[in-house]
Design a protein around this ligand. Structure first.
Ligand code: ARG
Length: 392
């Protein structure tokens, strides 16, 4: 029997070319396609995989698992890498690693493979996952090794191997998509001085088209997880998709940034994540209403740390588990409702309420309902300053 490899497969040029390349190295290739909400018809990719010579093609719908086990923990942390990137691509990689390992076990494969380049973060995230979950599996990364130096060479190779690729339809960008967002790079975006052309954006509308009038959405949370929009209960995936559609009409969730990759280079990346932007703003606001000061401020300090951990592929770690347990505990009172006004390019929280609200109007008010004892403030300041004075 020939040795088997399970290849993380998208049906794009790179992973299609990986199939015959791996066959030439003596493997039976099983293509593994994870549906994480990229919303493309998988049929052409499946067909291409077969024609490229795969012995089997597995398609797995991981959308729900992705949201439940990856997106929600990240939302509960309000995670943003370098303050801006809501981590759509980064979150999906450990899930794909898990799927690859699962498929490899089922298929009795000795190896797994992927089509990531040697310059990016995704190779690290996927391989870290595989290394930790299944250290015995061999990992192959053809794109990192092969002799094909350019897109054109890859196309020539594909045509020679009779893989049906649609060269004309190829967008000038490299795009990675899932329910939590889109990541776009390459082409004219490689010059940071080039503003992104309108066609770079996949979901969101820009100022070149007329924006709708602002719209308020009401989002209900239960323990830090959104459960309904405008009073309508929705499944997690549906809820995110609905907010993506609404936000996209206003150009909400766009980010254009230079980010620090793990491998030492800076890259220019465009992101679109309307639901993520709306939900993080709403969730954080509800936390500010329901968490006491100590917990709220402490949790805030963890955000950059947690986001960096996800970005760098430290998903299957004890630290990640421990932080998730802390965050879960922190969400016990984060239930309630937030109103968010969708405006051009911005989601603005405009109202919030919760049965666990710690806001006390009788303490905050400047009206006659005031019950705050202002005389206490003098002593408070005196003692706070005491430790800092140099005159004693
Ligand atoms: N820079 C992002 C990350 O490291 C996205 C990487 C994939 N992007 C892409 N357009 N293929 O998570």
């Amino acid at each position: 029997m020939k040795k088997k490899i399970v290849l993380a497969y998208s049906g794009g040029l790179d992973t299609s070319v990986c199939v015959p390349w791996l066959k030439d190295r003596g493997y039976d290739v099983v293509c593994y396609m994870a549906d994480v909400g990229q919303a493309v018809d998988p049929r052409p990719a499946i067909d291409r995989g077969r024609k490229a010579g795969a012995v089997k093609i597995i398609v797995e719908d991981l959308k729900e698992a992705f949201v439940r086990d990856y997106v929600w923990p990240s939302l509960r942390m309000n995670a943003l890498y370098e303050g801006r990137y809501s981590l759509a691509t980064a979150l999906s990689r450990p899930l794909i690693a898990e799927g690859l390992v699962r498929a490899a076990r089922k298929e009795h494969a000795v190896a797994v493979g992927h089509g990531c380049t040697g310059k990016g973060n995704d190779q690290v995230r996927i391989e870290m996952g595989v290394r930790i979950l299944a250290p015995d599996l061999e990992i192959l990364a053809p794109v990192r090794e092969w002799e094909l130096k350019s897109r054109e060479e890859e196309i020539r190779y594909a045509l020679k191997r009779k893989i049906p690729i649609d060269v004309t339809k190829k967008s000038p960008y490299s795009i990675d998509k899932n329910v939590w967002g889109v990541s776009i790079e390459c082409g004219v975006l490689e010059d940071p001085w080039n503003a992104p052309p309108a066609d770079a954006y996949q979901w969101t509308r820009g100022a070149e088209s007329r924006m709708p009038r602002p719209e308020v959405v009401t989002i209900e949370f239960e323990r830090g997880i959104p459960i309904s929009i405008n009073g309508k209960k929705m499944s997690p995936v549906r809820l995110i998709e609905a907010l993506n559609r609404k936000g996209a009409r206003f150009g909400i969730g766009r980010t254009d940034m230079i980010e620090n990759r793990m491998v030492g280079i800076k890259s220019r990346e465009i992101y679109e994540a309307p639901a993520a932007e709306i939900l993080i703003a709403a969730h954080k606001d509800l936390e500010s209403l329901t968490m006491d000061r100590l917990l709220f401020q402490y949790k805030e300090e963890l955000v950059p740390r947690y986001a960096k951990m996800i970005y760098e592929g430290y998903w299957f770690t004890d630290l990640k588990k421990a932080l998730d347990a802390f965050v879960k505990e922190s969400q016990k009172k984060v239930s309630g409702t937030v109103k968010v006004k969708l405006c051009p390019y911005k989601a603005v929280v405009c109202a919030r309420r919760s049965p666990h609200s710690l806001y006390r109007e009788n303490l905050a008010t400047y009206s006659e309902k005031d019950q705050f004892d202002q005389s206490l403030a003098k002593g408070f300041i005196e003692l706070t300053a005491l430790a800092l004075r140099k005159d004693r």
